[in-house]
Design a binder for this molecule. Structure first.
Ligand SMILES: Nc1ncnc2c1ncn2[C@@H]1O[C@H](COP(=O)(O)OP(=O)(O)OP(=O)(O)O)[C@@H](O)[C@H]1O
Ligand SMILES: [Mg+2]
Length: 691
C-alpha cells in the first residue's frame, strides 16, 4: 500500500476541514477557528518551502478575508461580532470599532500627539543607528523582523498595534524604496510640525522588548499581509535606505492616519483591507522572529497600552487594559445584569490571531478573595499567546462556554420581592440564606454558612420560577438559569459536558446562583429503563452539585425548582438541603395579585368586588389568577361591536368591571387538583423545611 506523503496528508486534512466548514452545521466560532488553522498551515507550508510565495500570499488573502468576514460580521447567525455588547460592557461602554464609529483623530491633530512625535523621533534614531539594514524582513503591513541584524539586540522594533502599522508604512516604503529618498521634501513637509529628534542611544521605545525568544522558529514576524505596493515589490528585503528616519516618520504618519481611516480598513484582518483597498500578502524568507499572533495581538498588549494613541483604543484593547489593571488588584464590581445580578461576558477578550482558540475567557470583575474569576493569563506560548483564560475553563469546550453565556445567562425584566404575592415564609427564608450571605459573606461563615442547595417545590404556577428570577435580581450574584429539560433534549449527547461547563463557568463567576427549573427531569430517580445519556447527565450533576455544596470556598448556590418533588432522586434531595414549599396563594396573596395587576389597567373594581373575586378563586394558583385577570381585561373589548374596534380610541374602551371577572370565572378554572395538592402537602411534611 502506498504510504501517504506529507503533502497528501495535508491535502486530505484540507479537504476534510473544507467539508466541515461547508457542512452547514459548523458554527461561526468553529469556522473562524478553522480559517485560522488554515492560515497557520499556509504559514508552515510556506516556511517549509512547500508552496510558493505567490501561492501562500493568495491563500493568506483568501482565508484572511473569510476569517475577517466571520469575525466582523454583525449577523448573529453567521458572525461573531455579537460579542460587541459584552465587550462594551466589560470595556465600560467604550466605543468599539464598529462601522459607525468614527475616530476623533484627524489629519490635523494627529501629528500633535505625543506618541506620534515619539515615534518619529524613534524613527530618526533608528535610522541613525542603521539597524537591520539587509535582512530585516518587511512583513506585509505588520512588522519588521530585525532579528538577524548583526551586533544588535534581537528586537521587534515595532510591537504595538500602532507600531505594526508603522510597518505598513515601512512596507510601502520598501516598495517605493528607490522613490522616497529622492523626495525628501515630501517627508519634510509631513514632519514640519515635529520637533527635531534628540539622538540618544536608548531611543527605542519601551515597547521594543525582545519578543523573539517567545517565538517558534520558522514563524514569520507577524504580518501576513502587506500593502499592494509591498506585494508588487519584487524584493521582500527592506532596502536599507528605507529605514531613513524621515521615511519612517512618513510611515508612522501614514500608518496612524490609516488607523483613523475607514472602518473597512479596521475590519480587515491584520491590516488586510477590504476589496477596495486590498493589500496583498508579502512574505519574507523565514528568520527566527515573531509569531504572527504574538507580535500582532497578544504579546504587545501591555506595550500597546503604553504606546497607542490615547483615547484611541478599540473595545478589545480597552478590555485588555482594564483586565490588566484589574489583575493588578483592582477589585471592581461588574455592571449589573438586567436582573440586577452580575452579568458576565465571555468571549470578549479572545484573540483573533490564527493561534487563538475561541476560548471565551471569563474575566472576573468582582475581585473577591476566593479567586472568583480573576483573569488568569495562561503562560505564553506559540500556540497560546497571552490570552487571558481562566485556568478552570481550560478543559471546557469553548463552544460550551459560549452557549452558557448566550443561552443560560439570564436576561429579563427585574423582579422584586413585592412582585411575588404571598409565600412569605419562603421569601424570608430565601432572603436569609441567599441574599444576605451573598451580600455579607464575612458574617455568614462557619455554621452560619449558607446552604448551597435549595429546592423550591410546589404546584405549577405558584411562582417558583418567579422566585428564581427574584433571587437573581436581589442577590447581586451572577445568575445562570437553565431548564433541565433543555439539558436533556437540546444538547443531546452533550448534556453532561454542559453541566460540567456550567459549574466551571459559575465557579469563575462567583458568587453565582445556578437556577435549574424543572429539576425533576434532570434528577429523577435512577431506574433500569433510564436512557444512558440522561443517566450520565444526572451523575455529572450530582458530582458537580456535591463539589459545589461541599466546598466551603465556592460561593455557588444551586436553586432547583420542581412541581414534581416526589420524582427527585434521593441523592439529589439530600444535596438540596433547604426544600421550600411554594404553595397555592392564600386569599391575601390572591388579592395582592388582582390588585397589582388591575392597578396597571383602566379598572372600576371596588374593594367589595375584589373581595368577592378573591373568595371565588380559592384553589387558584398565581398563574391562574394572572390568567383570570387577562381574561377579564378582554371583557371590555369583547363588548365592543366589531366595527368599533377599528375606529375606537383607547380611552373610549370602558373600564374592566366586576362583570368581566364573573364571565372570566366561567372559563378560567384552577389548574391544580385537590388530589395533587395533597401530594405536595404530604411531601412537604416528609421532606420540606417549612414550618
Ligand atoms: N406568587 C405569585 N405572585 C405573583 N404572580 C405569580 C405568583 N405565582 C405565579 N404568578 C404568576 O404566574 C406566572 C407563572 O409563575 P411561575 O412560572 O413562577 O410558576 P412556577 O411555580 O414556576 O410554575 P411551574 O411549576 O409550572 O414551572 C408568573 O409569571 C406570574 O405572573
Ligand atoms: Mg417554573
Amino acid at each position: 500500500m502506498e504510504t501517504p506523503t506529507h503533502s497528501t496528508v495535508h491535502l486530505s486534512d484540507w479537504q476534510k476541514s473544507y467539508f466541515a466548514i461547508t457542512s452547514g452545521t459548523c458554527t461561526p466560532g468553529q469556522k473562524a477557528d478553522e480559517y485560522r488553522a488554515k492560515i497557520l498551515r499556509i504559514q508552515y507550508a510556506w516556511a517549509n518551502s512547500e508552496i510558493s510565495q505567490v501561492c501562500a500570499a493568495n491563500l493568506f488573502k483568501k482565508y484572511a478575508e473569510k476569517y475577517s468576514a466571520i469575525i466582523d460580521s454583525d449577523n448573529i447567525e453567521t458572525g461573531l461580532n455579537n460579542y460587541a455588547e459584552n465587550i462594551l460592557t466589560l470595556a465600560k461602554c467604550q466605543q468599539n470599532d464598529s462601522d459607525k464609529w468614527q475616530s476623533a483623530l484627524t489629519a490635523d491633530n494627529v501629528f500633535e500627539l505625543k506618541c506620534v512625535q515619539e515615534r518619529m523621533q524613534a524613527g530618526r534614531k533608528f535610522q541613525s543607528t542603521q539597524m537591520a539594514p539587509t535582512d530585516a524582513c518587511v512583513l506585509a503591513d505588520k512588522g519588521v523582523s530585525a532579528s538577524a541584524a548583526p551586533g544588535l539586540p534581537k528586537r521587534n522594533i515595532f510591537s504595538s498595534a500602532g507600531e505594526t502599522e508603522l510597518c505598513a508604512g515601512s512596507a510601502k516604503c520598501a516598495s517605493r524604496g528607490p522613490d522616497l529618498p529622492e523626495h525628501p521634501s515630501s517627508s519634510k513637509s509631513l514632519q514640519s510640525s515635529v520637533p527635531p529628534a534628540t539622538k540618544t542611544s536608548d531611543t527605542l521605545p519601551a515597547s521594543s522588548a525582545p519578543l523573539n525568544e517567545q517565538v517558534p522558529r520558522g514563524f514569520q514576524a507577524t504580518p501576513l499581509f502587506g500593502s499592494k505596493e509591498a506585494a508588487s515589490s519584487s524584493s521582500l528585503q527592506m532596502p536599507s535606505n528605507c529605514h531613513d528616519g524621515q521615511n519612517l516618520s512618513l510611515s508612522s504618519q501614514s500608518a496612524i492616519l490609516a488607523r483613523s481611516a475607514s472602518s473597512g480598513k479596521r475590519k480587515a484582518f491584520y491590516g488586510l483591507a477590504d476589496e477596495g483597498s486590498t493589500v496583498i500578502p508579502s512574505l519574507a524568507p523565514c528568520q527566527p522572529s515573531i509569531s504572527t499572533e504574538t507580535s500582532s495581538f497578544s504579546g504587545n498588549r501591555n506595550r500597546n497600552e503604553e504606546s497607542s494613541v490615547p483615547g484611541f483604543r478599540t473595545a478589545k484593547e480597552q478590555l485588555w487594559v482594564d483586565q490588566q489593571k484589574k489583575s493588578q488588584n483592582l477589585p471592581q464590581r461588574a455592571p449589573v445584569s438586567s436582573y440586577g445580578g452580575v452579568k458576565k461576558s465571555l468571549g470578549a477578550g479572545r484573540s483573533r490571531g490564527p493561534f487563538g482558540k475561541f476560548v471565551p475567557p471569563v474575566p472576573k470583575q468582582d475581585g473577591n478573595e476566593n479567586g472568583g474569576a480573576q483573569y488568569k493569563p495562561h503562560a505564553r506560548g506559540p500556540t497560546d499567546p497571552s490570552l487571558p483564560v481562566d485556568e478552570r475553563l481550560k478543559n471546557i469546550e469553548p463552544k460550551m462556554v459560549e452557549l452558557i453565556m448566550h443561552e443560560i445567562m439570564d436576561h429579563g425584566p427585574p423582579v422584586n420581592w413585592d412582585d411575588i404575592a404571598g409565600v412569605e415564609f419562603a421569601k424570608a427564608t430565601i432572603k436569609e440564606i441567599v441574599v444576605w450571605p451573598m451580600l455579607r459573606p464575612d458574617i455568614f461563615t462557619g455554621l452560619r454558612g449558607p446552604p448551597k442547595g435549595i429546592l423550591l417545590f410546589g404546584p405549577p404556577g405558584t411562582g417558583k420560577t418567579l422566585i428564581g428570577k427574584c433571587i437573581a435580581c436581589q442577590s447581586g450574584a451572577t445568575f445562570f438559569s437553565i431548564s433541565a429539560s433543555s439539558l436533556t433534549s437540546k444538547w443531546v449527547g452533550e448534556g453532561e459536558k454542559m453541566v460540567r461547563a456550567l459549574f466551571a463557568v459559575a465557579r469563575c463567576q462567583q458568587p453565582a446562583v445556578i437556577f435549574i427549573d424543572e429539576i425533576d427531569s434532570l434528577l429523577s430517580q435512577r431506574g433500569d429503563g433510564e436512557h444512558e445519556s440522561s443517566r450520565r447527565i444526572k451523575t455529572e450533576f450530582l458530582v458537580q452539585l456535591d463539589g459545589a455544596t461541599t466546598s466551603s470556598e465556592d460561593r455557588i448556590l444551586v436553586v432547583g425548582a420542581t412541581n414534581r418533588p416526589q420524582e427527585i432522586d434521593e441523592a439529589a434531595r439530600r444535596r438540596l438541603v433547604k426544600r421550600l414549599y411554594i404553595p397555592l396563594p392564600e386569599a391575601s396573596a390572591r388579592r395582592q395579585i388582582v390588585t397589582r395587576l388591575m392597578s396597571k389597567e383602566h379598572c372600576s373594581l371596588n374593594e367589595e368586588e375584589i373581595e368577592l373575586i378573591v373568595k371565588r378563586t380559592n384553589g387558584f394558583s398565581g398563574a391562574d389568577m394572572t390568567q383570570l385577570c387577562r381574561e377579564a381585561s378582554l371583557g371590555p373589548i369583547r363588548s365592543l361591536q366589531s366595527m368599533d374596534i377599528a375606529t375606537i380610541m383607547p380611552d373610549q374602551v370602558r373600564p374592566i368591571a366586576f362583570l368581566d371577572f364573573e364571565s372570566a370565572l366561567r372559563t378560567v378554572r384552577p389548574s391544580v387538583s385537590s388530589k395533587d395538592l395533597e401530594l405536595y402537602e404530604t411531601w412537604n411534611q416528609t421532606f420540606g423545611c417549612g414550618r
